[in-house]
Design a protein around this ligand. Structure first.
Ligand SMILES: Nc1nc2c(ncn2[C@@H]2O[C@H](COP(=O)(O)OP(=O)(O)OP(=O)(O)O)[C@@H](O)[C@H]2O)c(=O)[nH]1
Ligand SMILES: [Mg+2]
Length: 440
């Protein structure tokens, strides 16, 4: 759903990391692009305006623009603000009462019945014993649909005769849950084509009768801005506790999904990501923001990287790069750092020119080659570590023997290091041109 938006934002933000220094004008240019990207994705106009203003205000602060990784920091701010935007409201999922009652409400075809089944499955996995209740007195087919889903999941479904008032169905469901030892009742209510007073009154009565601890509005994310209006109408008519955004696997532009919480104040609690009953995700705004910005878990990696590479070490390395004095000792140290940081290939991929080297080093760490590399380097003299060019055949044999490895192992390491050195040289000159955000 967010592919186009994601692509545009990534491109824009990549422009910020591609330079050493970031000026206020750079931020403004990027923010104009971000604004356009969000508007084109159909995000609510006012939401976009506030969002861009907030990011800009935080980003042009002196401490940020003067820092050497300003581009990264601006992206971090975008990520944080996007997370705040997506995550408006209290997302706690409350299951109180015995049994706890969850009511799913919404327009016709929004995905209530499917979501009821998905939620039931999700709760079973959390060790709960849900009972599905077909609280749709109008359409026998709706009842059949829920029964079929219940059967496929091996979760019981409570039904009442056709025409039973919703309130009575709900009460019957709660009684049945108590009788059969089910701890959660999931009410699948009837949909309507449009918002009408009868529907709202029906759900309000139901809320009074069985007191749901969660009343979730199921919203089809494919319908665009209209979904925001629907959510506002429901919110005004009854106490909603959250939203289930369905069909986010679709190809709509996604803007409505992005703005709905921030406009209505009702938090998104779940995402429906497909037709199958396992296609339900607990909503994590930071993860969605990360996904949209194409970062995966990169931001937490950035933080981890900043923790594990302490600044003075990093400054020393940058200095060595500048002077082309990167030695085998440094190589070893870098690999140890990588090991400390965990999987970083993704992170380093973001840094132009760094991906290849990172992958290689990470690959070596993953393959458990670090200890071998360490042994080989430790068997070298200081002179050899500084200048592997002096490693002739007899020295290499001595090192292989000394480290308990083989001659091909030593050769491979020397070759790898040579390639890395070459890369480092290129990086060094890129850095002098101000192109490397991380080599501070
Ligand atoms: N791709 C996709 N399809 C979904 C999702 N959720 C529901 N659907 C589909 O949307 C259609 C309607 O879903 P239902 O669960 O029957 O919707 P409803 O709100 O119960 O509909 P009514 O009871 O008629 O008001 C079905 O074809 C579902 O398979 C989703 O997250 N992704
Ligand atoms: Mg239904």
């Amino acid at each position: 759903m967010f592919d186009t938006l994601s692509e545009r934002l990534r491109k824009t933000l990549a422009g910020l990391t591609g330079r050493g220094r970031v000026s206020e004008a750079d931020v403004d240019v990027a923010m104009r692009e971000v604004r356009l990207a969000l508007l084109e994705a159909d995000v609510n106009y006012k939401v976009v305006k506030d969002f861009v203003a907030r990011v800009r205000e935080r980003a042009i602060g002196a401490e940020i623009l003067e820092s050497l990784n300003a581009g990264q920091q601006v992206i971090k701010i975008v990520h944080e603000e996007l997370t705040a935007l997506l995550g408006a409201g209290d997302r706690t999922f409350r299951l109180t009462g015995s049994p706890s009652v969850i009511a799913l409400v919404g327009l016709q075809g929004s995905g209530k019945t499917t979501s009821a089944a998905k939620l039931a499955r999700h709760l079973v996995r959390q060790g709960r014993r849900p009972l599905l209740v077909a609280a749709d007195p109008y359409r026998p087919a709706a009842v059949d649909q829920l029964m079929a889903l219940g059967r496929s999941l091996d979760i019981p479904v409570h039904t009442e005769p056709h025409g039973t008032p919703v309130v009575d169905i709900a009460r019957g469901g709660v009684a049945e849950a108590r009788r059969s030892g089910r701890d959660t009742v999931i009410l699948d209510t009837a949909g309507r084509l449009t918002i009408d007073a009868t529907l709202m009154a029906e759900i309000r009565d139901l809320a009074v009768a069985v007191g749901p601890s969660e009343t979730l509005l199921v919203v089809d994310a494919m319908v665009g801005q209209e979904s925001v209006a629907v959510a506002e109408a429901f919110r005004d008519a009854m106490p909603l506790t959250g939203l289930v955004l369905t069909k986010v696997d679709g190809d709509a532009r996604g803007g409505a999904a992005l703005s709905i919480s921030s406009v209505t104040g009702v938090p998104v609690k779940f995402l429906g990501t497909g037709e199958k009953t396992d296609a339900l995700e607990v909503f994590h705004p930071d993860r969605l923001a990360g996904r949209i910005l194409g970062m995966g878990d990169v931001l937490s990696l950035v933080e981890r990287a900043q923790e594990s590479f302490d600044d003075s070490e990093q400054a020393k390395l940058a200095e060595k790069l500048r002077k082309n004095q990167f030695t085998l000792d440094d190589f070893l140290e870098q690999m140890q750092q990588l090991k400390k940081m965990g999987p970083v290939g993704q992170l380093l991929d973001m840094i132009p020119g760094m991906g290849g080297m990172a992958k290689e080093a990470q690959g070596a760490v993953d393959r458990g080659e670090l200890s071998r590399v360490e042994a080989i380097i430790r068997s070298m003299t200081q002179a050899e570590r500084r200048d592997p060019a002096i490693l002739n055949a007899s020295r290499r044999r001595r090192i292989a023997n000394g480290s308990g490895t083989t001659l091909p192992d030593v050769n491979r390491l020397v070759k790898q290091f040579g390639e890395m050195q070459k890369l480092m040289k290129q990086l060094g000159s890129a850095q002098r041109r101000g192109g490397l955000p991380f080599a501070r």
